[in-house]
Design a protein around this ligand. Sequence first.
Ligand code: TRP
Length: 440
Amino acid sequence: MTRTRVLTGITTSGTPHLGNYVGAIRPAVAASRDPGTESFYFLADYHALIKVQDPARVQRSTLEIAAAWLACGLDPDKVWFYRQSDVPETTELTWLLACVAGKGLLNRAHAYKAANDRNVAAGEDPDAGVTAGLYMYPVLMAADILLFNAHKVPVGRDQVQHIEMARDFAQRFNHLYGQPAGREYFVLPEAAIEEQVATLPGLDGRKMSKSYDNTIPLFAPAKELRKLVFSIVTDSREPGEPKPVEGSALFEIFQAFASAEETAGMRQAYAEGIAWGDAKQKLFERIESEVAPLRERYEALVAHPRRIEEQLREGARRLRERHATPFLAQLRDAVGLRDLGTVGAPRDAAPAPRQRTTVLAFKQYREADGRFHFKLVEGERVLLLSPGFESPRDAGQRLAALRRDGFQAAGSDLFLGDGVDPADVQAALDALRAAEDAKA
Ligand code: TRP
């Protein structure tokens, strides 16, 4: 069974705030624990360059966002966690897609159109100050998604158009280069729209957003958190006067952190005329109790940026080895960026079913670092490589699980050999089993 691939990008252009936590981080970390999904989370730092041209801020934001996701419980052993710019196949694919993307379609992208409209309203040239980066934003985002053939992309409404564009580019590419064998290079991704996820109001009651300068940083020290909570706008109702919960930013923020019972209690307190100062103190305490343990982890993580750097690089290294590099090789071949030595060789006919003449075998071995590995080989060709295990027993157990449960179920940390497709591996496993059954 193929797990559903769910992919999420986070632009590294700011400091995580409570709105990001409630609207994105908390639900995504919960979703990442679903065993039926293979999750991809990445720091979209190429995207950040479109908005932010201050290098120190891009770097700082990347660190803060990576540490925030880890502190909030994202487990890099269970999900793919990486930085976009560590996967240069992304930019290479961006170009391949740019060459099938309709310029007219990009003209209609919301972010670009909004910039045009602002310029026109100000009496400027429509493209004043608009970079090609902003214009290409949807192509870069499509590359993020299509590179890993993600099935689902959880996004807010504002991003749905981008997913539709990614589908459009994917379809054009499949149509153009998949013939005559009818090969589908790309999965057509779907937007998973998050309706039920709260958007949090900010200090002034408008949506919490960096562009309104009304945010509460997720990991502000407790003292500052309290001060910010006390600066949330309220009205002039006196203590003792009943207060409506409708339209109360304070109440809405409370609700985002509280259980149903706690929320009912606060509703009651409003009706009974709780003083604003007391309501704010309760809100502060409620947020603090959820955030304090996360803040502690966050601070420990940020104190060791090198460890985060290592983790991100390792994530990208494995992901490239396993998916991005072999996939790009296929795509390069598809468009004609090819080895000149193969000119004229037949390639578009469906490949004839291969006769196995070479010997399939598992090999177990020890490497110089003392760790135990295994690999699946077909003659000289390596189909699959394991990571290093502490003991031969651990390696043997993983190998047994792979043989028993198949590649999809047991292969998540194994590396595919160069140009090897997961289907090749499963076919080899099946062939090995058939050979054993025949012997038995
Ligand atoms: N554009 C997204 C945002 O601003 C971030 C992003 C970049 C993204 N690439 C992506 C989201 C791919 C989902 C999939 O929120």
